[in-house]
Each structure stands twice: as C-alpha cells, then as structure tokens.
Design a protein around this ligand. Structure first.
Ligand code: FAD
Ligand code: DHB
Length: 392
C-alpha cells in the first residue's frame, strides 16, 4: 500500500490530522491497533481549550460539540474547607473552556472518517517505521493476520505514549526527559447529576480530588490514590465517602451519589521527547509527550501539535515549501514545555506527598492562598488553564 502521509494511531491526534489533511486534498491512511469499540469507549479527557474547539471546527468535526459541549466560565479551588471561584473571562479578557468528552470527539471523528474520509484501518498494528531519513519511509504493520507495508512520503507518529514511532529515532538524536509522580488517580464515571456547575479541584484532608462531568446526568470524578492501587479495593461506598471527605467545606454543599459505571487507575507522569521530528517522521500528541492530568493539558497539546503539523504538510503540498515542517519540533516544544510546567505546578500544589512533612503542606497552602488572594496570581492560572497562545 502507498500513501502521502501514513498516520500511526487513531486517537484524537491521528484522527484529527487525517480530517485536516483530507480537507486539504492530501491523501493519508490511518492505522489503529485497537477495535473501533475500544477507541470509542476509552475514558479519558474532558476539558477543551478554545483553541482545541476551534481546531475541531476547522476540521468540520464540531457539530455535536457545538450542540452538546458545556461552556465553563472558570473552575473552583477547594482547600482548608473553603471554596474559591477562579473567573476565567474576567481574568483573561473573555476566555472560556468547554467540557466535551474525548470519547465523543473520537466517535465524531471516526464517523466522519468512515463516511467520506481516507482509509482508517482498525486492528492494524504498526510494528516499525523504517528508513525515516529516506524520501520514502515505510511502516510495517500487521492486519488481517499478515504483515503488510505502507510506503509513505511522510509518517505521522500519533500512537500515544506506548506506541512504536518514537523507537524509530536513532539513540544519538533522541533526548528524553521524564518524571514519575509518587501517586495515581482513580477515575470513575457515575450515573448521577454533577454536584457543581464548574470543575472542582480540591486539596482535601486525605489528598487530591477532582469533580468533572460529562452531561447533566453523568459525573466524572477523580481521587488521588497510592501507586499500584487495585480499583477492586474501592467499592462504590468507599469512593463516595472519600470524595465527600475531600470536597468537604464549611458551607452548605452535598455531593450527589449514584451508581458508578466505570473505574480505572492512571499513573501520573511527565515525559518529553526531543526532537519531535526525525527525517520524514513527525511525532504528535502523547507519542512525543505526556503531562500529569491535573492541568487537563494532554489532549489540548495533541491538538495543537496536529494543527502545526497539518499546516506544515498543507504548505508543502500547496507551495513546495518545507519551512514550517522544518520548524515543527521547535514550534511545538515551546508550548509543550509550558504546559508541562503548568501541569507540574498544579499537580504538586494539590496532591499530598506520600511522606509529606508539615512544611510541604504549608507551602502548598501558601501557593493556593496566593492564587485566591492575588488577582495577578489568579490571572496566571486562568491564562495557562484556558490555553496559552497557539504556536501558529
Ligand atoms: P492516544 O489517545 O493515546 O491515541 C493513540 C492511539 O494509537 C490509540 O488509539 C492507540 O490504540 C494507537 N496505537 C498505539 N500503538 C499503536 C501501534 N503500534 N499501531 C497502531 N496504533 C497504535 N487531556 C486533556 O487535554 N484534558 C483532560 O481533561 C485530560 N484528562 C485526562 C484524564 C485522564 C485520566 C487521562 C489518562 C488522560 C487525560 N488527558 C487529558 C490526556 C489525554 O487523554 C491524552 O493526552 C490524549 O489521549 C492524547 O491523544 P493522542 O491521540 O496523542 O494519543
Ligand atoms: C477532566 C480530566 C482532567 O484531568 C482535568 O484536569 C479536568 C477534567 C475530565 O476528564 O473531565
């Protein structure tokens, strides 16, 4: 098989890139190792920056997002049994964020792709990218029980953190930077109306908790838990009791409880691979970088990479100019490091360290107090959370 752009991975990054290229008349093929059902059900992100919403609009994939996405004007911070609203429009000159689940973005993009897009092969597992330095890199993949090849002009590695694209970078050009946080998140989905109008980030007695939502009737909640926690050790009542304790404030507020329909544990890590391009292989999204989820940046970063990548490939297609593609890594990495810094700050400020001493706890509270006491500090949080300027 031959194509102009071989895309490895049918997550948000790969699917969005395929749409943007298809609309510009550039042919591509998407290889996704999992089944359609699996990728459409994988519970993950929910908070979209305005730039992410704009990119989905540009790709013609925002019809349901526009109808069903929930626009939020800020977040709530809870600590010391107090609640504090951070007003994004007031602090940023009008910016808001949108709550719309990653599962729904993937469903929307898959449906468009299967209706009129270039090929999207499920259960097609890429094994290796060969000759990325050449004019015709090749992706070897397994599909329908046999090994096949996809010969490309360019390869986009959008295969997430555990993918194989990064392996095609020779050791002498690769630099990677990583950090593992000493705690995990237990994420749950519950059939119960959200107990809040905006997301709550809480530094509670027993650790961090986050209240998010999926609709007027479905809540999404996260709880800091020790590494290697088994979700089966957390029956529903234990989860609700712990969430209620961590969100507790000295005011009239109750956490709605209901049936929990999904539970999973996620480790927390930061990781950046530099550079993001080698020859004709370009990495985008989690294939190149991971942030701890506390700042809700992973999906948004994947989308901003893809925007730059699509523009570079379209510029090359229209004018023969590779200037943008040549600057791809440098353009993306600036924003990646800023989002990593913000996610790290949010994570450290809100989670309890396993061996926390009283000094660390005081430092966390002092940071939170500064944000709620100073308009300048709150504006800094709001600017980062709602999304720093896009590279292009
Ligand atoms: P992925 O979604 O990982 O997609 C990669 C795809 O490649 C997958 O479908 C995979 O099956 C496929 N693949 C892998 N290997 C191969 C192979 N060899 N061959 C073919 N296909 C392959 N981000 C936010 O912006 N906001 C949030 O609110 C947020 N909350 C989060 C909460 C949690 C609990 C978690 C875990 C993450 C959260 N994120 C959030 C991060 C976000 O989900 C990821 O950053 C996002 O999924 C990245 O998209 P991607 O397309 O780069 O990678
Ligand atoms: C969600 C996840 C996050 O990590 C976050 O910071 C905000 C929202 C979510 O899944 O809705």
């Amino acid at each position: 098989m031959r194509t102009t752009v071989g895309i490895i991975g049918g997550g948000p990054a790969g699917l969005l890139l395929a749409r943007l290229l298809h609309r510009a008349g550039i042919d591509c093929v998407v290889l996704e190792s999992r089944t359609r059902e699996y990728v459409e059900r994988r519970q993950r992100a929910g908070m979209l920056e305005q730039g992410t919403v704009d990119a989905l609009r540009e790709a013609g994939a925002a019809e349901r997002l526009t109808a069903e996405g929930m626009i939020h004007q800020g977040i709530e911070l809870r600590f010391d049994r107090e609640r504090h609203h951070i007003d994004f429009p007031g602090l940023t000159g009008g910016r808001t964020v949108t709550i719309y689940a990653q599962t729904e973005i993937v469903k929307d993009l898959v449906a468009l792709q299967l209706a009129d897009g270039p090929p999207l092969l499920f259960e097609a597992e890429a094994l290796a990218v060969e000759k990325p330095e050449s004019a015709t890199p090749v992706v070897r993949f397994l599909h329908e029980g046999r090994e096949q090849t996809l010969t490309c002009a360019w390869v986009a590695g959008c295969d997430g953190f555990h993918g194989i694209s990064r392996d095609a970078f020779p050791a002498e050009v690769s630099r990677s930077y990583g950090h593992e946080y000493p705690y995990s998140w237990l994420g749950v989905l519950a059939e119960v109306p959200p107990s809040c109008d905006e997301l709550i980030y809480a530094r509670g007695e027993g650790g961090f908790a986050l209240h998010s939502m999926r609709s007027a009737t479905v809540s999404r909640l996260y709880l800091q838990v020790p590494d290697r926690t088994d979700p089966d050790d957390w029956p529903d009542d234990r989860i609700w009791d712990e969430l209620a304790a961590r969100f507790a404030i000295d005011a009239d507020w109750t956490l709605n409880r209901g049936p929990i329909t999904a539970k999973s544990v996620t480790t927390m890590r930061g990781y950046v691979h530099e550079p993001m391009r080698h020859g004709r292989l370009l990495l985008a999204g989690d294939a190149a970088h991971i942030v701890p989820p506390t700042g809700a940046k992973g999906l948004n970063l994947a989308v901003s990479d893809v925007r730059v990548l699509a523009r570079g490939l379209v510029e090359l297609h229209r004018t023969g100019d590779t200037q943008l593609l040549d600057r791809y890594s440098e353009l993306c990495l600036q924003r990646v490091w800023q989002a990593t810094r913000f996610s790290d700050d949010m994570t450290r400020m809100l989670h309890t360290q396993p061996n926390e001493d009283a000094f660390d706890a005081r430092m966390q509270l002092a940071r939170l107090r500064r944000i709620t006491a100073s308009r300048h500090a709150a504006a800094e949080l709001a600017a980062n959370y709602s999304g720093l300027p896009l590279p292009l």
